[in-house]
Design a binder for this molecule. Structure first.
Ligand code: NAD
Length: 262
C-alpha cells in the first residue's frame, strides 16, 4: 500500500511531460494519491488532460492564478468534486522573457510586478482557498531555485521573485501552523523545461551545474521523490523549510576548476 493511499491533493503547474509538477504528480500517484490538476490557459488542456488520465485523474481544470475570480471558481469545483484535500503543489513561475537576460537594472516595473504576482503572490492566493478544505491539516509545497539566495546571472527578476517566495513559505508556515498545515519548498537544481528554456544561457548553466555539483544534475523524478517525503506523513513536523534537491550544488564554495572546464 502506498503512503498516499486515501490522500487527495491538487497539482498546479503541469504544462507538459517535462514539467517538474509532472514528476511530482507521478511520484504521488505511485504512492496511491488521488490527484486534481490545474493548468494555465486553454492551449495546455490537450497536453495536461491525457497526462492526468494516465494517473487516473478526471479533475483537470483551467485556472490563471493572476485572476482571483478564476481561483475562486476553481476551488468551488474542487470542493464539489474532490471535497477535502490533504496537499497542494505550487509549481508555477513566470517572468517576461526580456526580463530573464541582460542587465538586471533594466527590469521593467511591469515585468517585476508580473514575476512577483505569478511566481510568488499566487502561493498566498492558493493557500487561502485551500485552507477551508484542509480542516484536518495538510501540506503545501512550492518550487524554488538557488537564484533566490545567490546571484545567478540572467535569472534576474526571477531570483527576486524566488527570494520573496521563500520568505512567503516561512510566513505561511507560521500562520498556517495553527491549522496543522505545513508549508515547504524544494529548491531544485536546473532541469530542462518550458520555463527554464526562457532563461538566457540556460543550456550552459545546466552543463556547468552538472559538472560542479557533487552528484551532477537532477531530474523531475528526483524532485518527485523528495516530494513523497516532504508532502507526506514522515515530514510531520517539518515546516517553513527549503529543501535542496540539487545534487549538492549549494554546498560548493568554489567549483572544481578541472571539472568545470571539461
Ligand atoms: P514548466 O514550464 O513546466 O512549469 C511552469 C508552470 O507555470 C507551467 O505549467 C505554466 O503553465 C505555469 N504558469 C505560468 N503562468 C501561470 C499562470 N498565470 N497561472 C497558472 N499557471 C501558470 O517549468 P518548470 O521548470 O517545471 O517550473 C515549475 C516550477 O519549478 C517553477 O516554480 C520554477 O521556477 C521551478 N524551478 C524550476 C527549475 C528548472 O530548472 N526547471 C529549477 C528550480 C525551480
Amino acid at each position: 500500500m502506498g503512503s498516499f493511499e486515501g490522500k487527495r491533493g491538487l497539482i498546479f503547474g503541469v504544462a507538459n511531460k517535462n514539467s517538474i509538477a509532472w514528476g511530482i504528480a507521478q511520484a504521488l500517484a505511485e504512492e496511491g494519491a488521488t490527484l486534481g490538476f490545474s493548468y494555465a490557459g486553454e492551449a495546455l488542456q490537450k497536453r495536461v488532460a491525457p497526462l492526468a488520465e494516465s494517473v487516473g485523474s478526471s479533475f483537470v481544470e483551467e485556472c490563471d492564478v493572476t485572476d482571483d475570480g478564476a481561483i475562486d471558481e476553481l476551488f468551488m469545483k474542487v470542493e464539489e468534486r474532490m471535497g477535502k484535500i490533504d496537499f497542494l503543489v505550487h509549481s508555477i513561475a513566470f517572468a517576461p522573457r526580456e526580463d530573464l537576460g541582460g542587465r538586471f537594472v533594466e527590469t521593467s516595473r511591469d515585468g517585476f510586478r508580473i514575476a512577483l504576482d505569478i511566481s510568488c503572490y499566487s502561493l498566498v492566493a492558493l493557500a487561502r482557498r485551500a485552507l477551508p478544505l484542509m480542516s484536518g491539516g495538510g501540506s503545501i509545497m512550492a518550487m524554488t531555485y538557488y537564484g533566490a539566495e545567490k546571484v545567478t546571472p540572467n535569472y534576474n527578476v526571477m531570483g527576486v521573485a524566488k527570494a520573496a517566495l521563500e520568505a512567503t513559505i516561512r510566513y505561511l508556515a507560521w500562520d498556517l501552523g495553527k491549522d496543522q498545515i505545513r508549508v515547504n519548498a524544494i529548491s531544485a537544481g536546473p532541469i530542462k523545461t518550458l520555463a527554464s528554456a526562457g532563461v538566457s544561457g540556460f543550456r550552459k548553466s545546466l552543463g556547468y551545474v552538472g559538472a560542479v555539483a557533487p552528484m551532477g544534475n537532477v531530474t523531475q523524478g528526483d524532485v518527485g521523490n523528495a516530494a513523497r517525503f516532504l508532502l507526506g506523513d514522515w515530514a510531520e513536523k517539518i515546516t517553513g523549510e527549503v529543501v535542496y534537491v540539487d545534487g549538492g550544488y549549494n554546498i560548493m564554495g568554489a567549483p572544481d576548476l578541472d571539472a568545470a572546464e571539461a
